[in-house]
Write a protein of this length. Structure first.
Length: 305
């Protein structure tokens, strides 16, 4: 956090040192503020509406004011408790099991995938080997392929290995990220000095020790970014679990809520919105927790030297 504050002071000092002709005028500042406020409302309004909807009954969803609660504020705890009970009833008590499954899929895939991505990115950035350019080209081309295109071949592979309807069928494909490799490679090229690696080799350090004791620390901001992207991608993944899993005990929260909504007798949209809010809460908490490390690491790297 000290590095982030230092970077803010440097930016503020730099802005004050600019010639008067280069400083933004009042109109530019006002337009920027208006755009930022509009963007804030655009992203926060769906969350606000979901919070309101999660406290309403099916009839209140259509008859009440869509921008405020349908019951007085002192009755909100009872309305929330009612919808929570309805949610658990529709999911047969499996809701928190689905959330736990999503956490397992996302955390394991994100952790393993992050290490794999930075290892591959570091290797292609700092080592020379035969077929390097071809390998990078193939991985970059994989970024252009939609995930849905690979789902059926992946199912055929895991079915032949008798791993379908297991957690591994969802975790293993999520451990590979071409975008994570690209980000790790770019960051390794710019943040890992060749002189530092040469000094460590002269001191007798092995390549494994260099990577795990030196390189990983330098790549920490990139690792946080890659982990966040892979965690969110695994959490929001729907088609792969739909193809791989047949037991509702293994469902992630996305697939579980979909199964609840697809029932012909389901009509409790308020309970569905509560499930959606509770299901996305771990992602919000993770982002808010890791954001300060991400910002501090990037700021520290930007003012070195």
């Amino acid at each position: 956090m000290r590095a982030a504050r230092k970077a803010d002071r440097i930016r503020e000092k730099t802005a004050n040192d600019l010639p008067r002709s280069m400083r933004p005028n009042f109109a530019v500042k006002t337009l920027t503020a208006v755009i930022l406020v509009f963007a804030l409302l655009y992203f926060l309004f769906p969350i606000y509406w979901a919070i309101l909807a999660s406290t309403k009954t099916p009839s209140q969803m259509t008859s009440s004011n869509g921008l405020w609660f349908a019951v007085p504020l002192d009755e909100l705890p009872d309305a929330i408790a009612d919808n929570y009970g309805i949610l658990l009833g529709w999911t047969r008590g499996n809701f928190w099991r689905w959330v736990g499954n999503s956490l397992i899929y996302s955390c394991v895939s994100g952790a393993i995938g992050t290490v794999v991505a930075v290892m591959a990115g570091y290797a292609t950035a700092k080592f020379r080997f035969r077929g390097k350019a071809t390998t990078i080209g193939i991985i970059m081309a994989a970024m252009l392929m939609p995930a849905a295109l690979l789902t059926i071949p992946q199912y055929a592979i895991f079915n032949s290995l008798h791993l379908d309807n297991t957690m591994l069928a969802v975790i293993i494909p999520g451990c590979v990220s071409p975008f994570g490799f690209f980000l790790g490679r770019v960051y390794a090229q710019s943040s890992v000095p060749d002189e530092l690696l040469e000094a460590a080799r002269i001191d007798g350090a092995s390549e494994t020790r260099i990577f795990f004791t030196i390189v990983l620390r330098l790549l920490a901001p990139a690792m946080v970014t890659i982990f966040l992207f892979m965690f969110v991608a695994a959490w929001n993944n729907f088609l792969l679990p739909l193809m791989m899993l047949s037991s509702d005990n293994l469902y992630p929260v996305t697939l579980g809520l979909y199964g609840m909504v697809s029932l012909a007798t389901f009509n409790d949209r308020g309970a569905l919105m509560m499930g959606s809010l509770l299901g996305v809460l771990p992602v919000i908490l993770l982002f808010l927790t890791l954001q300060r490390f991400w910002r501090a690491g990037l700021a520290a790297g930007s003012v070195k030297g």
